[in-house]
Design a binder for this molecule. Sequence first.
Ligand SMILES: [Cu+2]
Length: 313
Amino acid sequence: MNRLSEYMLPPAKSVTAETTDALFTFINNTSLILLAGITVAIIYFSWKYRRRSDDDVTPVISHNNKLEITWSVIPLILVLIVFSWGFSGYMDLRTAPDDAYEVKVIAKSWLWEFHYENGYVSVNELHVPAERPVKLVMRSDDVLHSFYVPDYRVKMDVLPNRYTSLWFQTNEPGESIIHCTEYCGRNHSNMNATVFAHSQEDFETWLETAASADDDMDPVERGEMLITRNACDTCHSADGTRLVGPTFEGLWMSEREMEDGEIVTADENYIRESILDPNARITAGYDPVMPSYQGSLSDSQIDAIIEYLKTLQ
Ligand SMILES: [Cu+2]
């Protein structure tokens, strides 16, 4: 790779990234060469054919076969090169290898959920094995989102009511950033996550321990950890600050006013309902934008969150 594209692009960390970058560099360099050539020609010709005297007569040129063929054939060849190069790269990116490790991805405004084969769900953290192809099967719970890992040079739209997929393989254990690249509402710019690529062995250990890791934690600590791990804290503060959603401070057992004027006490059932079916009742003064955690938080995890909320008086 040349200096210029190294300067312009993030490090290439997937097995397909080099091919994508090579095409990018080719298109970029060809465009720069053409830009320079055309600019020089314009300046040179406007000087060479400038009007010299009052009786300068512009000659009538009807056509020039040689020139016309040249300026049609050269761009045609360039376009064909770019097309076939791009098409083969596209096919490679679209067809996941058969032995790919599969992770289900659910996009919600404004977080990413990752569901693993053993039922474990992580939020805003994607854990994958390195040196093995990984296939993501994705859908959205609400609006259009788009899954993008710049280091891997992979990007795919995530739609409601339809599955889309994407695959990548990274050979270096490490971290890379995930961005949502489809404008999806107020907190779109915070809809980021991280991919953690582990060696095969570390990945298996992670998967085994992750699911049971928090079972024997102290409920309050576990609740606090779950609030962070499930990205509740991107919309709810614990210190009275108003974010997208109401603060958790002082919530427990307080009287909440709903959009329709109903007054509800924030007890276990209200909190549980708020988490599993957030649109059942909307707190007055807020937009109905909270995603449902149905299917991703277990009963005992909800219990732990309630225990933690009780401490925020
Ligand atoms: Cu999004």
